[in-house]
Write a protein that binds this ligand. Structure first.
Ligand code: SF4
Length: 459
């Protein structure tokens, strides 16, 4: 057992006895994907357990933590800019502890402490249990660094604390890590190997959330379709969570096309409360590009899955991820991505330019040779095409009725409430005293590219 683990375990047992955070305030901000927001709810639980008190502003805090994303260069740049603010706070309050969590912590490790003098703490996604111990290290004048990745850790015994949020929808992490090695992706390096969480703890969490008034849960993982716990497959887990209550909606993210089985599709079809919406990242429409991306499917396999979804679950909402300008992508291959988008008819898409990430397979094997202006032009063509497709999809919904889970007041006008239909489309309607967490039937009267607008006919 190496010394660092021994030290940390020694301090955990001692720290456990005394609340290391008694009456100290913590400020936690989160960047990146839903997985990070779910992790921040775990971190909040761990800190509250240590007696820390949440602070709404960094200037009022004794401990500032940033849960970071490393998926693209600009995600890390955002954090570096934020550190500039925290450095100023630290000059005024030297005992302030500043820490970096998440994928950037895992990707850069000790280097972060060397590069950024205001950082005291660097803790990776699998080491949050040791956060109190690492903070204790800092209080003793050392840097607190723990970036050990784990093959077992799922935090299944820690109840996430959802301080923010709308009290209607919640995230439940069902697994961690990823065993795929897509050549452009840092996740396998920052979140480690795949491991699934005990299904009983997931069903209990869903049951608790329902009893607390939540009416929708999103089951989270880098590749939820490869969830497996003994003989409990993802389809079986979906069924168990759906049986908590017909009033509890189930969503899930993210799926990998090669693992999207018909068993999962028929389970979605079988339960009204499993939402008819699937996020199925494609990344590119070209077989050669998919191959150098190390994606384990080709164009025809992917489109066959789209066809299966449309046949088994008619009207199912589908969204995707697309990368523009990957290494050596030709104009013809870019055009293949555009034609695939037309065939798939996505409701929503996350569209980005390729951003080379140090240490990934692509960074080691392929030249990032597509000029920035070409990447930008290709991305804007993808975005424009998507805008047209999703607008047409919304136009097709005019004069149709949708069951909507009321989530809250519209950001644009307090006279209106908003919610989403089973296809994950946002629908806005007059407030008229409708309550968060209730279901209403909305007749769609108008639409924009991104939003449906209607009136409640029953609810
Ligand atoms: S499936 Fe690929 S893109 Fe998704 S997290 Fe895993 S390695 Fe990254």
């Amino acid at each position: 057992m190496n010394k660092q683990i021994a030290d940390i375990e020694e301090i955990i047992s001692s720290a456990g006895k005394s609340k290391t955070g008694a009456n100290l305030k913590f400020f936690l901000e989160t960047y990146g994907c839903q997985m990070n927001f779910s992790d921040s709810e775990l971190v909040t639980s761990i800190l509250l357990d240590q007696g820390y008190i949440p602070s709404a502003t960094p200037s009022d805090a004794d401990l500032i933590l940033t849960n970071t994303c490393a998926i693209r260069e600009n995600a890390e740049e955002k954090v570096r800019k934020r550190l500039y603010e925290f450095r100023k706070l630290k000059l005024r309050k030297p005992e302030l502890v500043v820490g970096i969590l998440g994928c950037m912590a895992e990707r850069l490790k000790e280097k972060l402490v060397e590069e950024e003098d205001c950082i005291d703490l660097v803790v990776g996604p699998d080491a949050y249990r040791t956060l109190p111990a690492c903070i204790a290290e800092v209080r003793e004048g050392r840097k607190g660094v723990n970036v050990i990745l784990s093959k077992e850790e799922t935090y299944s015994d820690i109840q996430p604390v959802r301080l923010g949020g709308n009290g209607v929808t919640a995230l439940i992490s069902i697994m961690r890590g990823c065993d795929n090695m897509c050549s452009f992706c840092v996740v396998p390096f920052t979140r480690g190997r795949e491991r699934s969480r005990n299904p009983d703890t997931i069903v209990n969490e869903a049951r608790n959330l329902f009893s607390m008034g939540y009416r929708e849960v999103t089951l989270l993982g880098q590749n939820v379709n490869s969830y497996q716990w003994n003989d409990t497959s993802f389809a079986k887990l979906l069924e168990r969570v759906a049986m908590v209550s017909p009033l509890l909606r189930i969503r899930f993210s993210t799926s990998n096309p090669q693992d999207m089985t018909d068993e999962v599709l028929y389970t979605i079809k079988k339960y009204h409360n499993i939402c008819k919406y699937i996020h199925l990242p494609v990344q590119s429409g070209s077989d050669r590009v998919l191959q150098i991306m190390n994606r384990s499917y080709n164009r025809s396999f992917y489109l066959e899955r789209i066809k299966a979804i449309r046949e088994i679950i008619p009207g199912c909402g589908i969204s995707t991820d697309i990368i523009a300008g990957f290494c050596s992508e030709t104009e013809e291959e870019h055009a293949e991505t555009l034609t695939l988008m037309q065939e798939a008819g996505y409701n929503f898409a996350y569209m980005f330019k390729y951003s080379e990430r140090p240490g990934t397979l692509a960074a080691r094997k392929y030249k990032d040779d597509i000029p920035e202006e070409v990447k930008s032009r290709r991305l804007s063509e993808i975005i424009e095409l998507h805008r047209q497709i999703s607008h047409q999809s919304n136009i097709n919904d005019l004069n149709t009725v949708h069951e909507v889970l009321v989530e809250g007041r519209s950001r644009k006008s307090s006279q209106y409430m908003f919610g989403r239909n089973t296809q994950n489309k946002v629908i806005v309607f007059p407030a008229d005293g409708h309550k968060q967490g209730t279901y209403v039937q909305v007749l769609v009267k108008k639409c924009t590219t991104a939003t449906l607008i209607g009136e409640v006919i029953n609810g």
